[in-house]
Design a protein around this ligand. Structure first.
Ligand code: PEP
Length: 255
């Protein structure tokens, strides 16, 4: 990857992390990461809403990005159970995962809603991490590109060209998430380069600068070969991020 794109390793805790667990995790992680002045990759943690304040407090000054795992596009209104960008900012989040496949598959997240969430996050000052990816059936049917085109185009539709590179895009093949079935480096490179080309259809400059991550069963022992691919700028890590030691080893693989 070109030097102007800072590698990015983000851990996604999913439904894990009471405040006590979160505090303990952060304390351990900080002993394992190089300090922020020597650290390249950028490191992020995507944590449940209830842990955001604890995590942002525990990691203050460390340079670790603290992200929520979802957000509503409106600032306020009749949306019971939802959380808005200003609420996330208030508890210390600076980023937000949008369109994770678990939200799409289990909770009805749509590309239409994401086309509003991504610009809403940017306007509020949150870094959106937009997740895209195909199912196994779609890949086998030769439909991967059509699916990615639709998700990327719609997710970025209302983002101005000069803000496209502020979005982080995570390519996460659904068949590789939580399954232990990691995409081969070639498969991951092919899909991430396609995602970058889709951004390039909007702006060549943004395509050079936008960071595209790979996600799907990344572990310390497979991170290196994935991260060395030309169009892969980092990883979104689920299961392996729950152990600070294995997460820190993945961060080290990106150094
Ligand atoms: C994820 O949650 O985005 C993910 C990629 O999970 P896992 O690493 O467990 O496959």
């Amino acid at each position: 990857m070109p030097a102007e794109r800072t590698p990015y390793i983000a851990g996604n805790w999913k439904l894990w992390g009471t405040r006590a667990q979160a505090a303990d995790y952060c304390e351990r992680l900080l002993t394992l990461l190089p300090d922020s002045t020597r650290r390249r990759p950028e490191v992020g943690l995507c944590v449940p809403y209830t842990a955001l304040e604890t995590v942002s407090g525990a990691l203050e000054g460390s340079g670790v990005v603290v992200a929520a795992q979802n957000m509503h596009q409106a600032e306020s209104g009749a949306y019971t159970g939802e959380i808005s960008a200003p609420m996330l900012l208030e508890v210390g989040a600076t980023a937000v995962v949008l369109g994770h496949s678990e939200r799409r598959q289990l909770f009805g997240e749509t590309d239409r809603a994401l086309s509003e969430k991504v610009p809403a996050a940017l306007e509020a000052g949150l870094q959106p991490i937009l997740c895209v990816g195909e199912t196994e059936e779609e890949r086998e049917a030769g439909d991967m590109e059509r699916k990615l085109r639709h998700q990327v185009q719609e997710g970025l539709e209302q983002v101005a060209d000069d803000r496209l590179a502020d979005v982080v895009i995570a390519y996460e093949p659904i068949w590789a998430i939580g399954t232990g079935k990691v995409a081969t480096p070639d498969q991951a490179q092919e899909a991430t380069s396609f995602v970058r080309a889709l951004v390039g259809d909007r702006s060549k400059d943004a395509a050079e600068r936008v960071r595209v991550l790979y996600g799907g069963s990344v572990k310390p022992d497979n991170a290196g070969e994935i991260l060395e691919q030309a169009d892969i700028d980092g990883a979104l890590v689920g299961g392996a991020s729950l152990d600070p030691d294995s997460f820190a080893r993945i961060v080290a693989a990106a150094e």
